[in-house]
Write a protein that binds this ligand. Structure first.
Ligand SMILES: Cc1cc2nc3c(=O)[nH]c(=O)nc-3n(C[C@H](O)[C@H](O)[C@H](O)COP(=O)(O)OP(=O)(O)OC[C@H]3O[C@@H](n4cnc5c(N)ncnc54)[C@H](O)[C@@H]3O)c2cc1C
Ligand code: SF4
Length: 322
């Protein structure tokens, strides 16, 4: 499988990159390429212009201070995971980065690419030959969906490991575009629509991720079918803030690999509030969270299995976070 033909540009500034993005409707951004190049080889992404972000200075800066952590979008997952302040104060983030794919994906892959990676579906992330035995699906430009059998819907799934952790930590992102910069909570990056899963406006680029100073504890649990080089079957980030009496003051429960966007189990979060950590009814809270997600058959495992694993992961997370 070779790459299709395309023009290649290596801008030296974000302004130049934004301008290039607007120059053609089929332009794409390239960071580490570990997601994009595979999709290009499969011809599910077919750009006429590839804009490489890696020559832009300061996009891979990472720093920690009074206001928390600032991570440039082109910071590699390996640099993120091994940054001393991340290891010390945000261990769940470091762990999630170290669980992405294989070591080579972590060295090449960037945080921006991880957050903006394409949604996945077993009928879509395949070679042209594999896909040729069925009619082209809605996301690939056709009319029907092989998962929901309804026209005009795509439930391809967001499978990134870092977004749930960063959303649980209430991270914000800086987006730079033709109209300047805007800062939004990371959770707002995701639309929940499998066909166009990101809310980036035309010409916009993710510049930086900002994580508030650490408060409470966060844990990330990844369930996958094999130990290495594997996307999550279900991933869960749990973040808890406790009061002086070890009661839950605030909870964030965020799942990945279950819907077109990372999804927060809000009712389960509410049910956790006020409970002493040692007395949480973990089975009940796990079952509640499992009801709040709507996985579809976009991977080789069934939605029922994903729901069950989501509940089990949450139960395990609550029992081990202390
Ligand atoms: C075999 C295999 C296993 C994998 N396993 C995992 C896994 O376990 N967990 C996981 O999370 N991922 C996994 N991945 C996906 C991928 O390797 C990682 O998500 C990686 O972090 C992507 O980063 P990248 O820099 O290589 O992205 P790229 O491939 O360069 O880009 C990905 C997408 O993001 C867009 N993009 C990149 N940077 C920006 C930016 N700054 N602003 C706006 N858009 C941007 C690109 O246009 C592209 O659409 C796997 C991939 C493979 C091939
Ligand atoms: S969910 Fe349907 S439309 Fe979306 S990628 Fe899968 S088959 Fe295609």
């Amino acid at each position: 499988m070779g790459l299709p033909k395309f023009e290649y540009l290596e801008p030296k500034s974000l302004k130049e990159a934004t301008k290039a993005l607007l120059s053609t409707s089929r332009a794409v951004l390239l960071a580490g390429g570990t997601d994009l190049l595979v999709n290009m080889k499969h011809r599910v992404v077919d750009p006429d212009l590839v804009i490489d972000l890696k020559a832009i200075s300061k996009l891979d800066d990472i720093s920690f201070g009074k206001e928390g952590l600032r991570i440039g979008a082109c910071t590699s997952l390996h640099d993120l995971a091994s940054f001393p302040a991340v290891r010390e104060f945000y261990p769940a983030l470091s762990q999630a980065a170290e669980e992405v794919g294989a070591y080579s994906h972590q060295v090449m892959g960037t945080l921006g690419g991880n957050l903006c990676q394409g949604n996945r579906c077993r009928f879509y992330n395949q070679s042209v030959f594999w896909r040729s035995v069925r009619p082209i699906c809605y996301k690939a430009g056709g009319k029907i969906c092989h998962v929901v059998r309804k026209p005009g819907e795509c439930h391809s799934t967001y499978c990134g490991d870092l977004a749930p952790v960063l959303i649980a930590m209430e991270a914000r992102i800086a987006l730079i575009g033709p109209e300047g910069e805007r800062i939004v909570p990371l959770r707002k990056l995701y639309t929940g629509n499998g066909k166009s899963p990101l809310s980036l406006k035309r010409g916009e680029i993710l510049r930086e991720v900002m994580v508030p100073p650490p408060t409470g504890k966060t844990i990330y649990l990844k369930w996958r079918l094999r130990e290495a080089i594997e996307f999550p079957t279900v991933g869960l980030a749990l973040s808890l803030q406790l009061d002086g009496k070890e009661r839950v003051k605030k909870a964030r429960i965020v799942f990945t690999a279950v819907e077109p966007a990372p999804v927060e189990a809000r009712e389960a979060e509410k049910a956790l509030q006020g409970n002493p950590l040692a007395q949480i009814p973990t089975d009940k809270i796990g079952a509640q969270a499992a009801k709040e997600i709507s996985p579809m058959r976009t991977s080789t495992v069934s939605p029922a299995y994903k729901r069950k694993m989501a509940g089990i992961l949450l139960k395990e997370a609550i029992e081990t976070i202390g």
